[in-house]
Ligand binder design. Structure first.
Ligand code: ZN
Length: 507
């Protein structure tokens, strides 16, 4: 290899590192805004974050980056080497970024800034018309974005690709069709079965005791507090400024025993992904989760496959009971397990249980497709939403606030994002099934609070790679196939067939 090649590579790496450093600084400002910043700081903070992000973007999309990439792209034989991976991923990021004109990027930023405000008003006043105009503009801009980025099959592919590289609308549609056919009858059957009692979950539970219990669980599962921390915020999230500085937030409700714990487990699943990335990739664009769906598979795995499982509570319930003797003293482990897995159709996605959750996502995906294909207008959305919600979950939201207005995502311009939630749920079942077959007595380990073998397996097979491997490559290797609904449906049939009895079709 020539010394020119090496000096070009070092120059490229320098650009990437500087762009990533600015992004990390912006992420720290965002984290602070959600946790400790006094509210009066909002305006200045928004400007500071925008400055860092646009400086990072401009630094990366310069012509010089393109020249370096052009010269380096065929230089490395081993495609999995650090150098080849840096060049491959940077090329992808660069191509996508350069296809969007600064005018279009600016117009999207302006429109979404305005839309966030109009959405908030519309949401709190239950008045869709206040948001409809901005949403129409956002749909138009997303269509323009898709045209600029380009696609082989469907314009939605170009939007989805931003969040889930390589997955197409046709693939998502096929997966969702399989899911819908099996899931709707399961939900119907559960609705007819007797419900487990769960009122005790909503007694009063001291917030400090909940916090301490959650922290103990996070330490046990292996979230590394030498390289991360947990704080409180209104909406739980996770973020990282490096693989050695990963932040989680949670929210504790005194009158909801498990909401804080499950949020913590969810965010720790995201956080352990970031902490598990190969240190060699640190400070580069490879040191991130490979897709939003794969990230979500890790959070859902810890939240649902582990946190809502019988073995987990066989290991922890006595401890929880001891901390809340008065409320839980007479509640058996079995009653507790059934209560935390109660299925109850709600019009609101963020309140959905794991069985009905994917139907909420499917509804959003279908409407997004119709919008992008210009087959429906924004004005028709509220009614269409109510009709489809009734078809899937048998409930008709009473207001648009609990219907079409419930999520902020469209106001942020994030059309193409929702499917990653379901893809993550499905992948979590595929990954967990693979882990179970490779590790062996996983249930016994979970019951005895021994999480290291699972965490290390996830690290070696998913986390370690960062963006060196794509989500499809990981799934292909792990399952000898692609993302599929079948393992998740098996998991649901087995678990909920056991809880709700043989009413669940196929169980
Ligand atoms: Zn998540």
């Amino acid at each position: 290899m020539s010394s020119k090649t090496e000096s070009d590579f070092q120059e490229l790496l320098g650009i990437i590192r500087a762009a990533c450093d600015l992004q990390a600084a912006a992420a720290l400002l965002e984290w602070d805004q959600e946790t400790y910043m006094p509210e009066a700081g909002t305006e200045a903070r928004a400007r500071q974050i925008a400055t860092l992000q646009s400086t990072s973007h401009e630094l990366f999309v310069r012509d010089r980056t393109g020249e370096l990439l052009e010269g380096l792209k065929d230089e490395y034989e081993d495609s999995m080497s650090f150098r080849a991976s840096i060049v491959r991923v940077a090329e992808r990021d660069f191509d996508r970024a350069r296809k969007l004109s600064p005018e279009l990027v600016g117009e999207i930023a302006q429109t979404t800034t305005r839309a966030k405000v109009s959405w908030r008003h519309a949401y709190s006043e239950n008045n869709f018309d206040r948001f409809a105009g901005d949403l129409e503009r956002i749909v138009g801009l997303c269509i323009q974005k898709a045209e600029a980025v380009g696609y082989a099959g469907h314009p939605y592919d170009a939007l989805l690709d931003e969040y889930e590289p390589g997955v197409t609308a046709a693939q998502v549609k096929k997966i969702f069709d399989d899911l819908r056919d099996s899931l709707v009858p399961i939900v119907r059957a559960i609705e007819c079965a007797p419900q487990p009692r769960n009122a005790f979950l909503y007694y009063s539970y001291d917030a400090d005791i909940q916090w301490d219990f959650g922290m103990e669980v996070l330490r046990d599962i292996g979230f590394d507090f030498q390289r991360g921390r947990q704080d409180v915020s209104a909406h739980p999230f996770s973020t990282s400024f490096s693989t050695s500085d990963v932040r989680l937030t949670t929210r504790i409700h005194e009158r909801n025993l498990t909401s804080g714990l499950f949020s913590s487990l969810h965010e720790a699943g995201h956080g352990m992904y970031e902490q598990g990335i190969d240190p060699e990739l640190e400070g580069t664009s490879l040191a991130q989760g490979t897709s939003l769906g794969m990230h979500e598979s890790q959070s859902r795995l810890w939240e649902n496959q582990i946190g809502r499982s019988r073995p987990f509570w066989a290991g922890y319930y006595r401890d929880l009971q001891r901390r809340f003797e008065q409320n839980l003293g007479s509640v058996s482990l079995e009653d507790f397990y059934r209560a935390i897995n109660r299925v109850h159709a709600s019009p609101v996605r963020v309140e959905a249980d794991e069985v009905t959750y994917n139907l909420h996502i499917m509804l959003r995906f279908e409407l997004e497709m119709l919008l992008v294909e210009e087959k429906v207008t924004v004005k028709e959305l509220p009614e269409l939403w109510r009709d489809r919600m009734e078809g899937y979950l048998g409930i008709r939201p009473e207001s648009d606030t609990d219907g079409v207005l419930q999520d902020i995502h469209w106001a942020l311009g994030a059309i193409g994002y929702f499917p990653t939630y379901t893809l993550g749920n499905l992948m979590s079942a595929q990954v967990f099934a693979c882990a179970k077959s490779e590790i062996g007595n996983l249930d016994e380990q979970i019951e005895s609070r021994e999480f290291a073998p699972l965490r290390e397996w996830l690290q070696a097979n998913v986390h370690h790679w960062g963006r060196k491997l794509s989500a499809d490559e990981i799934m292909e290797w792990m399952t000898k196939g692609e993302i599929s609904a079948a393992p998740w449906l098996d998991y649901v049939r087995q678990k909920y067939g056991d809880i709700y009895g043989s009413l669940v079709p196929g169980s």
